[in-house]
Design a protein around this ligand. Structure first.
Ligand code: ZN
Length: 339
């Protein structure tokens, strides 16, 4: 359990008893950037083991709370706020969604449209049009299929690279790294689980047609890396290549090429990466991490607040984020320092 998770566990029973108004004065920034993945009432085998996504009811509840205390802004206003220091009555929120899941079009888009709220989608071009299942979705799907299936459980206990303890086996599938992602295909073959059939039965990601519709309706489509690697496990050269390929896709398709959100985390990504990527892409204005309320030693790298944590509502997350930021600030730890 991370220190922040422990902090939330202790602070939440306390912050719960106070109205948000007691915390809003302690907000360190005028603009907050929130990140979700998807919203669904269904059991999504490919996502269930990766992050706790919201039900439609929970998501609407989040939006109702946020609308009361914040002003939602679009990408254009966001850029203006950053460069011209525009002041607003309420603090502002830029809503973002990562990975380009199909639920954005089917479920989230109609809700946002009804409420007049805008969002940016950070997508991985490799998986658009459901050409392939992303490696982390493969891991989640495998674990979902194996859980509760005795035949598969006994099969997997006989696999050479995975020990005999089932729990360890399921855990180790979720721990397979990007560079070893081929192992996921190997396991699927051995268990006769077909990723392509899964994708064909129900689309997991957005299609090009949907992206164009969203763009034409004012929603942002931007870059999340080519195929969702964990950046601190890549060489600098591979970090740059993966990012560049996704930025080139955005340029070619006339989506947003002025922004990029790191897949997973920007943890341990060094200044050299930022220097090179901003130098090569003069249109690029901001990159985004997901470390919560925090400053970054690179002023063009902005941290977003991940909302899908445990069972916390957006209100609970924000209260605890604010308290955590003020706590870190006391120890001068509220800024990410990069080498
Ligand atoms: Zn992602």
């Amino acid at each position: 359990m991370s220190f922040k998770t422990k902090f939330f566990k202790i602070s939440n029973p306390i912050t719960k008893n106070f109205s948000f108004g007691r915390f809003s004065n302690l907000l360190p920034f005028g603009n907050q950037i929130l990140v979700y993945h998807l919203v669904s009432d269904a059991y999504l085998k490919h996502a269930k083991h990766l992050f706790p996504y919201r039900s439609v009811k929970q998501f609407e509840h989040d939006l109702d709370f946020l609308s009361k205390h914040f002003e939602f802004i679009n990408w254009e206003t966001f850029l203006k706020q950053k460069t011209e220091k525009v002041t607003t009555k309420k603090p502002t929120i830029l809503l973002t969604f990562d990975d380009g899941y199909a639920e954005f079009y089917d479920i989230i888009y109609p809700i946002l449209k009804r409420k007049g709220i805008y969002a940016v989608n950070f997508i991985n071009p490799k998986f658009i049009d459901n050409k392939e299942l992303m490696w982390r979705n493969k891991a989640s799907l495998l674990v979902s299929e194996i859980t509760g299936n005795e035949t598969l459980q006994s099969k997997i206990s006989q696999l050479p690279d995975f020990g005999n303890d089932l729990k360890i086996n399921l855990d180790s599938i979720l721990k397979i790294k990007y560079k070893n992602r081929g192992q996921l295909d190997l396991i699927a073959d051995l268990l006769e689980i077909n990723f392509d059939i899964y994708l064909k039965n129900k689309p997991v990601y957005l299609t090009t047609e949907q992206l164009l519709k969203l763009k034409n309706d004012g929603f942002g489509i931007s870059s999340h890396g080519w195929d969702h690697p964990l950046y601190n496990q890549l060489s600098l050269e591979d970090q740059l290549a993966n990012t560049q390929r996704s930025l080139d896709y955005m340029r070619e398709n006339e989506f947003l090429n002025d922004s990029f959100a790191f897949p997973f985390t920007d943890h341990l990504v060094e200044n050299q990466f930022f220097d090179s990527i901003f130098k090569r892409n003069t249109d690029l204005k901001f990159t985004f991490g997901a470390a919560g309320l925090k400053l970054d030693s690179n002023p063009k790298n902005l941290q977003r607040i991940p909302i899908e944590i445990g069972n916390y509502s957006a209100e609970e997350i924000l209260k605890n984020e604010i308290l955590y930021y003020q706590f870190l600030k006391k120890f001068n730890k509220n800024r990410i320092i990069r080498s």
